[in-house]
Design a binder for this molecule. Structure first.
Ligand code: WTA
Length: 665
């Protein structure tokens, strides 16, 4: 997709929402002057800027060299050593803040737990000792496939404490997706649960792991640790499977943290790209730690009396950075909710806000659009006056949804931070700072200190304000990805330092050397505000979940009945984009309703339910140019029910077009 193909909401004169005076008066960054000065310093005096920030963290060896930048390879806080679990836990407990609540956990069936920083530190150390007892060593990879329960952050932090590299796989992914990720990461351990709750149903997490590992298809895995959550029946493999409770039973409450180099890999998170194979994005220790905590503090304006709630799943980057690392890095108190927003009823989110007195709420535009549809009576039935700040993430927010969020949820008094970022960026790059930057509904506004976004054309030339182009980052920042995982990264003595350098360069740096290509189209207005339009590559954004068209296509053609497929995105009022698939079947196979259902389910099995196409159409052939390229623009028009635009004279077979539109005679 090119940028001019995307219909763009207006960036023209739009309403300006100034930070409320009482909010600004108490905010960390309370004026535009302060923001400008901070931003200027971050670019002109980066050493001093970051030194001041990192002095607040605990280092085993403080850094002396800020940055080694050999594009596209960056090392931040180069010679420092630290441990992120110490900074998220021990540091706060040592400062006498051990009794502060780290997590208020709310299970879907209504069971709850309150976990203080001291509790969390103890649980993390015990579990870290259990990991050690299972024989894991620095650099080993651990795959986590878990529900939204406190043991998930416990497991992540325990890995981080030992220098193990975790890879969390969202619980909505299928067995096939787990298998691919286990094998790509070479994981030696999988941590899962018997099940997780979703709308009163049990998601069979352990069953999916069993299916993924069946027939010796993941030879690297030695053990599977299983948390008991739903008490559902599960299969058990003696010698391989270990109950979580048994693993920690005899472990000590103390486990000294490993002293890790700044660039030791912290985690791998798989994300969709332009090819069928997901990329294992690698984040490292110190830069990610500093960047997520700093962005969390200034963007969510975190204070001691805040109750923060991010509704994302920890299986996505938003949960990694803004439920776990960035939030605990500030010693803040947050809510974790296990289930769905409509379980048991459509008011569950607002009941949670009221119950815990949530002050800062961070959610996704797709959720907001769903709430709009469910109706105002659900939030109206609850006291939401504790809220003081709202945030959104994951996709562009349409101004109507923004205004509804502001009025109905925020009571007209809460600033909204529309935060633009990616799995690769580690933390937020473009966002309002809520006490300083006036908001325009639909704009992510201005760059976070230390970052330098720019809009350029296909040649990399800067475009004037008001012209759409490609969004790039002109300089490295501490939270940026360090590469794409490939065998051995992080194992002491292993030469795999940059991972899959070729793919890393090709994906993000080859087009404009030295500059990071985001894959998003954007425009900057005359106030310098950034408006994100959407992906300009073959990545879809469905309900804020990134899915590669190529991934869905390969899932479809892996079905024996399918000869060829093409997948495009189509606008959807709730999910932002929806998946539309076009399929040609092998000879002799009927395009029946049953086949339609079977293929939709097949994609669900291959990738996960959330990746199932919303539309699926059959045709005898796919529309191709004479040179054999699938005409995706035309397919997008068909999927959206638009008049087929542009030149179809190069189309090989016009009857195909009629068939796809469903207007055969
Ligand atoms: C999109 C999620 C507009 C964008 C943190 C990006 C957004 C992709 C916004 C990354 C926003 C994220 N406004 N678009 N505030 N935030 N996006 O890796 O297209 O799951 O490239 O990271 O989501 O998705 P990812």
């Amino acid at each position: 997709m090119t940028t001019d193909q995307i219909s763009h909401q207006s960036s023209e004169a739009s309403q300006l929402f100034e930070p409320p005076a009482d909010f600004a008066a108490r905010a960390h960054i309370g004026s535009m002057e302060q923001y400008h000065e901070l931003y200027r310093r971050s670019l002109e005096e980066p050493e001093a800027f970051w030194r001041e920030i990192t002095d607040g963290f605990e280092w085993m060896k403080p850094w002396t060299e800020l940055l080694e930048w050999e594009p596209p390879f960056a090392k931040w806080f180069v010679d420092g050593t630290t441990n992120i679990s110490v900074n998220c836990l021990d540091r706060h407990v040592a400062a006498g803040r051990g009794d502060r609540v780290a997590f208020y956990w709310e299970g879907e069936p209504g069971d709850t737990r309150v976990i203080t920083y001291s509790d969390l530190l103890r649980d993390v150390q015990r579990f870290a000792n259990a990991l050690r007892a299972l024989g894991l060593e620095r650099g080993d990879r651990v795959l986590l496939y878990m529900p939204m329960v406190p043991e998930l952050p416990v497991a992540m932090l325990a890995c981080a404490r030992l220098g193990l590299v975790h890879s969390v796989v969202f619980g909505g992914f299928s067995a096939d997706a787990i298998r691919d990720r286990v094998n790509d990461a070479g994981a030696s351990l999988v941590i899962t649960a018997d099940g997780g709750w979703r709308r009163g149903r049990v998601i069979p997490l352990k069953g999916n792991v069993d299916a993924a590992l069946a027939d010796d298809s993941c030879p690297s895995v030695g053990n599977v640790v299983v948390l008991k959550r739903c008490e559902n029946d599960i299969a058990w493999i003696e010698g391989r499977d270990v109950w979580w409770d048994d693993a920690v039973a005899d472990q000590s409450d103390e486990c000294p943290a490993e002293d890790l180099p700044a660039e030791h890999p912290l985690y791998i998170l798989y994300t969709s790209g332009t090819t069928g194979k997901p990329k294992g994005v690698v984040h490292t220790t110190a830069g990610y730690m500093v960047y997520t905590a700093t962005t969390a503090k200034l963007i969510f304006d975190l204070r001691d009396d805040d109750i923060y709630w991010c509704t994302a799943d920890i299986g996505w980057v938003t949960g990694h950075s803004y439920i776990v690392y960035g939030i605990l890095g500030n010693g803040a108190t947050s809510v974790i909710y296990e289930g769905a927003p409509n379980a048991p009823k459509e008011d569950r989110f607002w009941a949670i806000v009221e119950k815990y007195g949530v002050t800062v709420l961070y959610t996704a535009p797709t959720a907001i659009r769903t709430f709009v549809r469910w109706g105002e009576e659900h939030p109206d039935g609850h006291d939401l006056t504790s809220l003081r700040l709202l945030g959104t993430v994951g996709e562009p927010i349409n101004p109507d949804a923004w205004l509804w969020y502001h009025r109905v949820i925020g009571g007209g008094r809460c600033p909204i931070v529309d935060t633009w970022w990616q799995t690769e960026t580690g933390g937020v790059l473009i966002t309002p700072l809520p006490g300083a930057i006036a908001q325009k509904p639909g704009s992510a506004t201005l760059p976070f200190p230390g970052t330098e976004p720019q809009i350029v054309d296909e040649q990399g030339e800067a475009l004037p304000d008001g012209t759409r182009g490609l969004l790039v980052l002109n300089r490295p920042w501490p939270g940026m990805l360090r590469g794409i995982y490939k065998d051995g990264w992080g194992v002491p003595g292993h030469p795999g330092e940059h991972g899959d350098a070729e793919r890393f360069i090709e994906q993000y740096w080859a087009k404009f050397p030295g500059r990071y290509l985001t894959g998003d189209g954007a425009v900057r207005d005359s106030d310098g505000y950034f408006w994100i339009i959407g992906r300009v590559d073959d990545t879809l954004n469905v309900s804020g979940h990134r899915i590669g068209t190529a991934e869905v296509e390969s899932a479809l053609v892996s079905h024996a009945a399918v000869a060829e497929s093409a997948v495009v995105g189509t606008p959807d009022p709730i999910t932002g984009e929806a998946i539309a698939a076009f399929v040609t079947l092998r000879g002799g196979i009927d395009a029946s309703d049953a086949m339609h259902a079977e293929l939709t389910a097949h994609v669900g099995e291959k990738l996960g339910r959330f990746a199932r196409p919303k539309q699926l159409r059959f045709a005898d052939a796919l529309p191709k140019t004479r040179s054999g390229k699938i005409m995706r623009r035309l397919l997008r028009d068909i999927a959206a029910g638009r008049e087929v635009a542009g030149d179809t004279t190069t189309l090989e077979d016009l009857t195909v077009l009629a068939q796809l539109r469903g207007d055969e005679e």
